[in-house]
Design a binder for this molecule. Structure first.
Ligand code: APR
Ligand code: PHB
Length: 389
């Protein structure tokens, strides 16, 4: 098979890129290791920046998002009994939309056939070849048969564990990483949210986050040591911990119920640079990971894909050969700002095992400053809604 762009990975980055390229009449094919149901079965975050909403609208794929997404004009930082509201709409004129990543992926997946976006699921042993040439190709196995796709460009949207990033020589790249000394235990339950806005809590017992998927489905998190296993956390223990960490006002609004999903995920900050090598571009988690505190993971994948689609469209439709070389610097400029915000909010809202009284005093001082300063709240707000692209 021959195509213009071979995309590896049918998560939100790969599917969004595929749709954007097809909308420009650019041939592409998406190779996905798993089944579509498996991809949809992964529970992920659910806060969309305006740029992500706008890309779905530009594709005409925002019907459900408009109908079911929850518009959020603010969120809250809880510190013991104190609740500091960040009025993102009042401070920036923008809002975010709570709409599960699974739903974004479902909307993109469902629309693929009608829009001529070919997605090959259960593509095994995907390997990248000749990425430093103008004629790269991908091999993979399907039903036990090895196949080949020749392309002008390959875009790795294959997440943190995919093969694309690893195809770039270490001598031509640099990695930046911070692994956090805790994970987030997440629970999904069909109960109404405790509040109509998100609450990030820094309590002496640890971090908690109250989020939601709809008016009847809630998503909560507590941070736990990396040694913890989900078996140690009954639903009751999670609800008890949430009620303590989120503070009395939020606790009064908590409706308990059986978990329909619960899992522990580690936290890391990670950046791989550059995000292009030869004819291979990287988008999304293939190139960077953020701690979920800033709700940036999906939104960074969206901005990467926006830049990549722009560069590929310039190349194929306008013969502009300067856009592709400029992709990495453009994408990384926004990635680094989101990495800083996510790291900063993680430091502010979590208790680190190695921290002592001084570090805690710094957290209290910063929260006092945020509580009393419009400038400080505006800085948090404009990062949370997403910096301009
Ligand atoms: N061959 C083909 N597909 C692969 C391979 C492979 N060898 N390895 C991984 N994949 C697929 C995965 O099965 C997954 O569907 O690539 C896709 C990567 O999707 P994500 O991990 O969701 O990454 P991305 O699309 O960049 O979206 C980033 O997803 O994980 C969250 O928190 C993250 O919100 C962020 C968002
Ligand atoms: C979620 O709803 O899953 C969620 C919301 C905000 C975050 C992280 C996760 O910062």
């Amino acid at each position: 098979m021959r195509t213009q762009v071979a995309i590896i990975g049918a998560g939100p980055a790969g599917l969004l890129l595929g749709h954007l390229l097809r909308a420009e009449g650019i041939d592409c094919v998406v190779l996905e290791r798993q089944t579509g149901d498996y991809v949809l079965g992964r529970i992920r975050a659910g806060v969309l920046e305006q740029i992500t909403v706008d890309l779905m609208a530009r594709l005409g794929l925002d019907q459900r998002l408009k109908a079911e997404g929850l518009v959020e004009n603010g969120f809250n930082l809880a510190d013991g009994e104190r609740l500091i509201r960040i009025d993102i709409k009042g401070l920036t004129g923008k809002n975010v939309v709570v709409y599960g990543q699974t739903e974004v992926t479902r909307d993109l997946m469902d629309a693929a056939p009608a829009r001529g976006l070919e997605v090959i699921y259960q593509a095994g042993d995907v390997a990248l070849h000749d990425i430093e040439s103008d004629a790269p190709y991908v091999t993979y196995t399907s039903d036990g048969v090895e196949k080949r796709i020749d392309a002008r460009f390959i875009v790795g949207c294959d997440g943190y564990h995919g093969p694309s990033r690893k195809a770039i020589p270490a001598s031509a790249s640099q990695e930046f990483e911070r692994v956090y000394p805790f994970g987030w235990l997440g629970i999904l339950a069909d109960v109404p949210p405790c509040m109509n806005e998100l609450i990030y809590a820094n309590h002496e017992r640890g971090f908690a986050l109250a989020s939601m998927r709809s008016h009847t489905r809630s998503r909560y998190y507590v941070d736990v040591p990396l040694t913890e296993t989900i078996e140690n956390w009954s639903d009751d223990r999670i609800w008890d911990e949430l009620a303590i960490r989120l503070g009395p006002d939020a606790a009064a609004g908590i409706t308990r119920g059986p978990s329909i999903e619960k899992s522990i995920a580690p936290l890391r900050s990670y950046v791989f640079a550059p995000m292009r090598h030869g004819s291979l571009l990287l988008c999304g988690d293939a190139a960077h990971i953020v701690p979920p505190t800033g709700a940036k993971g999906l939104n960074l994948a969206a901005s990467d894909v926006h830049y990549a689609a722009e560069a590929l469209t310039s190349f194929f439709k306008r013969g502009d050969h300067d856009a592709i070389p400029g992709y990495s610097a453009k994408a990384l400029a926004r990635v680094w700002k989101a990495e800083r915000f996510s790291w900063s909010l993680t430091k502010l809202m979590h208790r680190f095992p190695e921290d002592g009284p001084f570090e805690r005093a710094m957290q209290v001082a910063e929260l006092d400053y945020v509580a009393s300063s419009v400038a400080a709240q505006t800085s948090i707000a404009e990062n949370y809604v997403g910096l301009p692209i």
